[in-house]
Design a protein around this ligand. Structure first.
Ligand code: PRP
Length: 180
């Protein structure tokens, strides 16, 4: 693997912009859920920096749990399947669930997880995502809370990986094309 910062051709979202987005999203979510005792579900692994920064800026009591899923993207969006690698410890039945994502791309992961939580009896399910890559969408998926819209570029950092590396970059960067 290459050295950390050397694979980056452009910083797309700076550390300061990320923190501003977290602050704005935290205020919105805190306002909307102030009497709802939400359960925030982070989808591993990419959610970790975002959910940590987001929830520490919230001023309401929020329960946090994590889930790991892996996607198998087949030939059509209908054939996409999500396998649960690690399930929640908390029941979502009757809960106001907020799924925290680092990025929404095709929307396939969220579609499956939202469907699962609805099947399990969640009272409501909404999504907060730091990044939204609308150009990557293969199905209709509109996250309620979006930090930053990004173009259709391959990005890493702040939880997002390239072959499970570069998650610890403190900013969101575009990987040099010649390396991909
Ligand atoms: C990434 C990201 C989202 C998903 C978005 O996770 O964290 O969960 O992909 O893509 P989609 O909208 O096309 O479904 P990934 O499966 O790479 O796992 P990771 O979080 O462990 O990196």
């Amino acid at each position: 693997m290459n050295k950390l910062h050397e694979v980056i051709e452009e910083v797309l979202v700076s550390e300061e912009e990320i923190q501003q987005a977290c602050k704005r999203l935290a205020a919105q979510v805190s306002q909307d859920y102030k009497d709802k005792e939400p359960l925030m579900v982070g989808l591993l692994k990419g959610c970790i920096p975002f959910i940590a920064d987001l929830t520490r800026q919230m001023d309401i009591n929020v329960q946090i749990d994590y889930m790991a899923v892996s996607s198998y993207h087949g030939g059509s969006s209908q054939s996409n399947e999500v396998k649960i690698e690690k399930d929640l410890k908390t029941s979502v039945e009757g809960r106001n669930v907020i799924i925290a994502e680092d990025i929404v791309d095709s929307g396939a992961t969220l579609q499956k997880v939202i469907g699962l939580f609805e099947y399990r009896g969640a009272k409501s399910v909404e999504v907060v995502t730091l990044l939204n890559k609308q150009a990557g969408r293969k199905i209709r998926m509109i996250p309620k809370y979006v930090g930053i819209e990004i173009p259709n570029k391959f990005v890493v950092g702040y939880g997002l990986d390239w072959a499970d590396h570069y998650r610890n970059l403190p900013y969101i960067g575009v990987v040099k094309k010649e390396l991909l």
